[in-house]
Ligand binder design. Structure first.
Ligand code: ASP
Length: 327
């Protein structure tokens, strides 16, 4: 479609778009939808996406296939959707990184606020500060002392600049005023494999990836970044409680479509998202992983648009103060 539009020129292309999309919005969806996850398979975003996609597929009567496009902190996957045809058949499930990357990257391949349409908010996931099982410190205070004393040796895993793990790691280093060596992965799924294998020391990652490992004792947990302790991780203190004032962050997730996707397709997807978030299986799995589904009011295009705009404004000064950018 994009090539056809270029050949026809803007006016004729607009007419083609209107005709084809007016028809498609009535009958949508008529074929498989691709949901791009901008991180590796097996990680926290992938977990959220697959649960929601499976349930939305039932409501839509068409398969939603998850495609993992990891790398560059989520910006490669977001770019893939920004460039896709705006027909409702390529959608993006991304998190807070959609907002932070707008400031973190000096040159993004897309203009965050002008390259997408909005479907709705999905969930807000707390983070956990975790380490390999045999890492010496036993609590957050001990961790801070240890990393300050051994800063040249300690390695921090993340999923690249723009990932939630990058943001949380940046907050941690700035809270303790100690820069550490970071090791970027295509997602915290593969980073978790290395943490379990002892190849990397610490990570700040979402409960959707860490809860089972913490409960199983295969990794060590020092703190959760939520305002209160979590039911599923009752023994883990909040970061604030354990001595890091103001250290609170929630990783909100949203679903986007390429700019120009018709409003009624976004509305249809939003309705389907709302149904999926009330699916008992999704709700139960979210609860086990320490997260709660968004309300109907939040799982809407307007709520996600407002959230993205306010979060870009919220994190801009924090990122500028940290002075860490990517090209
Ligand atoms: N959510 C990413 C993933 O799924 C990791 C991150 O944002 O830190 O791998």
């Amino acid at each position: 479609m994009k090539i056809l539009k270029a050949m026809l020129g803007a006016t004729a292309a607009a007419a083609v778009s209107l005709l084809s999309y007016a028809a498609s919005a009535q009958t949508y969806p008529e074929r498989t939808i691709t949901m791009v996850v901008p991180f590796a398979a097996g990680g926290p975003t992938d977990t959220v996406a697959r649960l929601v996609a499976e349930s939305m597929s039932k409501d839509l009567g068409q398969q939603i296939v998850v495609e993992n496009v990891g790398g560059a902190g989520g910006t490669l996957g977001a770019g893939r959707v920004a460039d896709a045809d705006p027909d409702g058949y390529t959608i993006l499930l991304h998190h807070i990184g959609m907002a932070t990357s707008a400031t973190l990257y000096r040159k993004l391949a897309y203009d965050t606020l002008n390259a997408f349409e909005y479907v709705g908010l999905v969930t807000d996931v707390p983070m956990t500060i975790v380490a390999r099982k045999d890492f010496e410190p036993t609590d957050l205070k001990g961790l801070v002392e240890y990393v300050k004393a051994n800063k040249d040796k300690v390695t921090v895993a993340n999923a690249g600049i723009g990932a939630a793990s990058h943001l949380c790691g940046m907050m941690f280093m700035s809270a303790i005023q100690t820069p550490l060596t970071t090791v970027p992965y295509k997602g915290t799924g593969p980073a978790m494999t290395d943490l379990l294998g002892g190849q990397v020391d610490i990570m700040c990652d979402q409960t959707t990836n860490t809860t089972k490992q913490i409960q199983g004792g295969t990794i060590k947990a020092y703190a959760v970044t939520s305002p209160a302790r979590l039911d599923v991780l009752k023994d883990i203190p909040t970061a604030v409680e354990a001595g890091l004032p103001g250290f609170e962050v929630g990783i909100w997730h949203g679903i986007y479509t390429p700019k120009g996707t018709p409003a009624d397709i976004n509305e249809r997807l939003s309705k389907s998202l709302q149904i999926a978030l009330k699916d008992q299986n999704v709700a139960a799995r979210f609860a086990e992983l320490g997260t709660v589904p968004s309300s109907d009011a939040d799982a809407t295009p307007a709520a996600l648009k407002t959230k993205l705009e306010s979060e870009i404004a919220r994190w801009k000064p924090v990122i500028e103060a940290a002075g860490e950018y990517a090209d």
